[in-house]
Design a protein around this ligand. Structure first.
Ligand SMILES: [Zn+2]
Ligand SMILES: [Zn+2]
Length: 216
C-alpha cells in the first residue's frame, strides 16, 4: 500500500489543487475507503470533495464527501481575516471529529481561537488558508465540480472574483449575484440560491445534523 490513511500524505495536482488523505476516526466507512480529498467551494460554503477522477468514477455520484463550513443563524458568513481570507465556522462533530487538527497541520485551515455554541456543539472559527486555485471550485451556473486532472480551470468572474464558471454565457444569470457579492452581501446571494432550488450538500452521517436541528 503506497499511502496510509491519516499519515498526512499531501500533494498538489498538475492543475494546482492541493490534496490530502485524512484519518476519519468517526467514520469507519470513510476510513476504510480513505479517499484522496481536496477542499471544495460551492458558493460561499466549504466542503471536502473526492480529488481523483478514478475515485469519482467509482463513487459514480457527486464528489462531495462532507461539509466543513456551517452557516449558523446568528452569523452565517463570519467575514474575512486581516489577511483577506474567508473565515468559516467549522463543523467538527460527527464524521468530521478529529479532522480540524489534521487540516490545520496541513495548513488548509487556521483556527483563530473564537468559538460559537450551537445547541450541544461548539464550532470553532477558522481562516481558510488555501488560495482559490488550490481548491476545487464549483460552477455557479450548472453546479459541476472542477476536475483535478485537467489543465483547464473554470473561469473566475472578473468583477466579484467570487464565482466560477466553465461556460461563458453566465452573465445574464450572474449579474444580480455579482452586484451583491461585490458589496459583501453573501447572505442575500445564498438566500436567492436556495429560493432557486439549491440544496446544501448533506453530510454522510444524518445523526450529526440532528444535533443542530434540535438546537434551533
Ligand atoms: Zn457550468
Ligand atoms: Zn461576479
Amino acid at each position: 500500500m503506497a499511502v496510509t490513511a491519516g499519515n498526512g500524505i499531501a500533494g498538489t495536482t498538475a492543475n494546482g489543487v492541493k490534496t490530502v488523505k485524512l484519518a476519519w476516526s468517526h467514520s469507519n466507512e470513510l476510513d476504510a475507503e480513505s479517499p484522496l480529498v481536496a477542499l471544495g467551494r460551492t458558493g460561499d460554503e466549504f466542503v471536502l470533495v473526492v480529488a481523483d477522477q478514478k475515485s469519482r468514477d467509482e463513487r459514480a455520484c457527486d464528489p462531495f464527501i462532507t461539509a466543513l463550513s456551517v452557516m449558523v443563524n446568528e452569523d452565517p458568513f463570519p467575514g474575512w481575516s486581516m489577511d483577506n481570507r474567508q473565515m468559516i465556522w467549522v463543523k467538527t462533530y460527527s464524521e468530521n471529529d478529529g479532522l480540524l487538527p489534521q487540516l490545520e497541520k496541513k495548513g488548509w485551515l487556521r483556527p483563530v481561537g473564537t468559538v460559537i455554541k450551537q445547541g450541544f456543539v461548539t464550532l470553532p472559527l477558522a481562516e481558510v488558508m488555501l488560495s482559490d486555485t488550490e481548491m476545487v471550485q464549483r460552477c455557479a451556473l450548472c453546479e459541476a465540480w472542477e476536475s483535478t486532472e485537467t489543465k483547464e480551470r473554470f473561469k473566475r468572474c472578473s468583477t466579484c472574483k467570487r464565482r466560477y464558471y466553465h461556460q461563458h454565457q453566465h452573465w445574464p444569470k450572474h449579474k444580480k449575484d455579482c452586484k451583491d457579492l461585490v458589496k459583501g452581501r453573501l447572505a442575500d446571494v445564498e438566500n436567492r440560491r436556495r429560493e432557486a432550488g439549491y440544496v446544501p450538500p448533506k453530510p454522510a452521517d444524518p445523526e450529526g445534523e440532528k444535533i443542530v436541528e434540535m438546537a434551533d
